[in-house]
Write a new protein. Sequence first.
Length: 202
Amino acid sequence: MPIVTLTTDFGTADWFVGSMKGVILGIGPQLQIVDLTHGVPAGDVRAGAFALAAAYRCFPRLTTHVAIVDPGVGSQRAALVVRTANYFFVGPDNGVLSWALAQEKVLEVWRVENRELFRQPVSHTFHGRDVFAPIAARFSRRHEFEADAFAARHAHASDLVAALVKLYQENASTLTPDPLHSAFYDSHPPAALRVERLLAGA
């Protein structure tokens, strides 16, 4: 089951965290949400960065980590998605992801500007719910990997890999599409990622 972790300074006394979870599950009901912490001191980006960096590696590979400590909410600061060799990270471009990323091999960084991906209308003060939650949910649609793993347990992974490659080739699909576009718009993960996961479990 795909995992999304949440690190915020929202606390747990109000409805903020619950609203984020509702948006995530509305887009990806199969996702498992884990609260890393919501006790970061308000606006303390360094404390949020430390919490994320201290804990993110405890989670399985391809977990999506969302960190929202965002004193610049409503400003022109960017919304980022970062793909590393092991994880995905989602958060504002204010340094809250930086300590974790310093420990990772960063493969790609995207600035997300397409408002069609956000919950509408976008609040000026709650980007955690309206911007980052939907981004994380859309980026974590990896339930097809579970189906591939199930199939691999009842057949040879090499046969499934060959079938996947043949399927994509015959349908004139690229094996390596743009990862960001694929994550948000395609109904299936890219063939290359499916093959990688199958071979890793072989």
